[in-house]
Structures are given as structure tokens and as C-alpha cells.
Design a protein around this ligand. Structure first.
Ligand code: SAM
Length: 272
């Protein structure tokens, strides 16, 4: 089990704290304080593993298998959904997260299915300090990359991902379609990632450097995440800048263009 040196966050009754002016909280470090125990316990209600497995189908498994990949580093493990799916499909998975609270939940979720996760508590910006060895593939899913507020942090994290991959490794990174949210406002008819039936996930405030989402649960509780709205082509540019040579972007698990206004983009970036 991971241990934590995050004061206050690893307590059962820890509360999210955005201070008096929540829209001013725009920093990369804050994610550790957002995933408090109450929110982490509710995360699986939000994503509903069965519904999510059905909507994603074999997409990630097929992308990995088509390229002959076996060892996978899940850098945004969260509560373990993708780590568990990939373990079940026979991949050799290592599960990383910067939130000890999330990793502990993932470990328990896997144990409940008689699976043992290999967990590493690490921040992406210093990934290779804690993660040793080279992987066939890295996955960074569930709109996680958007937690990075500074361009330097994004470049640094991608460089760390690049370095942890074998010479022909691939990175699979997804993001919300922030272009649509920034340009047209938020609306969705889809439910690809956040599949829980009675849970709503909606932006409460959006500008060029903040998307503050509110997650409301049936018991009346609500939680927030402050994220940086990254545009699709900007992320593609960053992936190229750090050295990925082949880049393919899907919209809601389909070839771009098939789905006119996808909720999510998935970038598959290959080193060679
Ligand atoms: N992938 C999971 C899913 O789809 O359900 C979790 C997604 S959750 C939105 C984002 C995850 O990324 C959290 O578990 C958070 O702790 C982790 N994270 C965010 N910033 C990070 C960083 N700089 N280093 C390591 N983990 C980070």
C-alpha cells in the first residue's frame, strides 16, 4: 500500500479547500488537495466501471495489442479502472499516481477483484526519480493531463513520459474537448467517461486558463476540480515538440471526423 506525506489530505474527513476565491486557484500542485477521501470514495460512482467498460469497449486494448505492446505504465491510475482492465487483458501493468489517496483506493479496488496492483506514488514531473525501467506504453487517461496549469509542467511531464518509454514506445493521452467548451460553451449528449447515472459533471466556470468543474452526487454532496483547458492542437504541438514522431488523434474513440463534436479526444503518440 502506498504511504502518504500529504498532510491533512489522507484523513477520512478531509475537505476540499479552495479558499474564498475558488476561481483564483490555478496551480499544478493543487490536485493533491482536490482528491480528498470523500471525493475519491465517490469517484467510482461518478465513472461507473461497468458502464465505462461498455462505452470504451476494447479501444485501448486494441490500440496496444495492434502495436504488440505488453508492459504498460498507467500514470494517472486514479481508482484503478484502466489498470484493472489491462491487467485482466493480460498486460504487465504498473500503476502510478501522485495522489496517495487515489492509489490506496485503486489497490483496494484491484484486491476486491483478486488482482494485485504494482503501485508507485509519483508525480509526473519527477516520474523517473521513482519509476525505473522502460515501458512499451504509457497511458494518461480520464482527462488527467489537464491538471497541469503551467506550460513548463506540461513539457516536463511529457519529457518524463517520453524518457520512461522504450525506443518504440507509445503514449496514449486523452483530454476533454476543451475547444468546444471554450468556443461554444458546454453541452453534451454523450456519456463516455463519466458514466454514473445520477451523477452530474459540469463546468461551473470557464475562461482561457481555468475550467472549474462541479461534480454533484445523489446524496447532495458536491466536489470540484480546477483544471486548465488545453486545446487539442496545442497538446498535439507539445507531443511533437518533446519528440513523438507519429501522432493520431481520435474523437470519442472514432477516427476524427466521424464524430463531429466529440466530448473527448484520445491522442496516440508514437516514438518511432
Ligand atoms: N485515470 C483515472 C480515471 O480515468 O478515472 C483518474 C483520472 S483523475 C481525473 C486524474 C488523476 O491524475 C488523479 O488520480 C490525480 O491524482 C492524478 N494526477 C494529477 N496530476 C498529477 C501529477 N502531476 N502527477 C501524478 N498524478 C497526477
Amino acid at each position: 500500500m502506498p504511504s502518504s506525506n500529504e498532510p491533512g489530505v489522507f484523513a477520512p474527513d478531509a475537505k476540499q479547500d479552495y479558499g474564498d476565491d475558488p476561481n483564483s486557484v490555478r496551480n499544478t500542485e493543487h490536485y493533491k488537495n482536490e482528491y480528498v477521501r470523500g471525493f475519491v470514495d465517490k469517484w467510482d460512482e461518478l465513472i461507473d466501471w461497468d458502464a465505462r467498460a461498455e462505452s470504451e469497449g476494447r479501444f485501448f486494448i486494441d490500440v496496444l495489442k495492434a502495436r504488440g505492446k505488453k508492459s504498460v505504465l498507467d500514470v494517472s491510475t486514479g481508482t484503478g479502472f484502466h489498470s484493472v482492465q489491462l491487467l485482466k487483458a493480460g498486460f504487465d501493468v504498473t500503476s502510478v499516481d501522485g495522489s496517495a489517496e487515489m492509489l490506496a483506493k485503486a489497490f483496494k479496488n484491484a484486491m476486491d477483484q483478486d488482482l494485485m496492483l504494482k503501485t508507485v506514488h509519483a508525480d509526473w514531473r519527477w516520474l523517473n526519480k521513482d519509476v525505473h525501467g522502460k515501458y512499451d506504453a504509457i497511458i494518461c487517461l480520464g482527462n488527467s493531463f489537464t491538471h497541469l496549469f503551467e506550460e513548463d509542467d506540461r513539457r516536463r511531464a511529457l519529457a518524463e513520459f517520453y524518457a520512461a518509454l522504450k525506443h518504440d514506445g507509445i503514449l496514449i493521452l486523452d483530454q476533454r474537448n476543451y475547444d468546444r467548451i471554450l468556443d461554444d460553451g458546454f453541452s453534451t449528449k454523450h456519456k463516455y467517461y463519466y458514466c454514473g447515472d445520477k451523477v452530474s459533471a459540469e463546468p461551473e466556470y470557464v475562461d482561457d486558463s481555468l475550467a472549474r468543474f462541479k461534480y454533484s452526487f445523489p446524496d447532495g454532496s458536491d466536489y470540484h476540480l480546477n483544471m486548465f483547458p488545453i486545446r487539442k492542437d496545442y497538446v498535439r504541438g507539445l507531443l511533437r515538440d518533446v519528440g513523438f514522431r507519429k501522432l493520431h488523434t481520435y474523437g470519442d474513440f472514432m477516427e476524427e471526423g466521424e464524430e463531429k463534436a466529440p466530448d473527448f479526444f484520445v491522442h496516440v503518440a508514437e516514438k518511432s
